[in-house]
Design a protein around this ligand. Sequence first.
Ligand code: AMP
Ligand code: ZN
Length: 113
Amino acid sequence: MDCLFCSIIKGDIPSTTVYEDDLIKAFADISPQAPVHIIIIPKMHIASANEINSEGAKYVAHIFEKIPEIAAAQGIAESGYRIINNCGKDGGQTVNHLHFHLLGGRDLGAKLV
Ligand code: AMP
Ligand code: ZN
């Protein structure tokens, strides 16, 4: 399967890892939109939020369990941050492997879109 983030998980494509365990990986976004911009992914290929099933939900839960730790390591736990998932065409999803953007390090404003 030709998936960019699966290739990053395998190590075939380099990334700057900031957190990793058996279930998930977090790495720096290649085109950061804020001083802190981390991509967090499950180590199971889930195409999008539309494809989350009961097995995938365990990975998603684990991602959210680890977000406070990842945010603290990035120095943004106190200042705050935004977590974004883009799903599908209208959601602006460009990589078809479920991922959450962790953004912070500046005032991101109140606008959602
Ligand atoms: P989305 O638009 O929600 O699908 O987000 C995909 C994100 O992946 C974008 O923010 C890209 O900058 C990021 N991205 C694409 N290729 C890489 C890569 N090789 N390493 C790190 N981040 C990447
Ligand atoms: Zn994948």
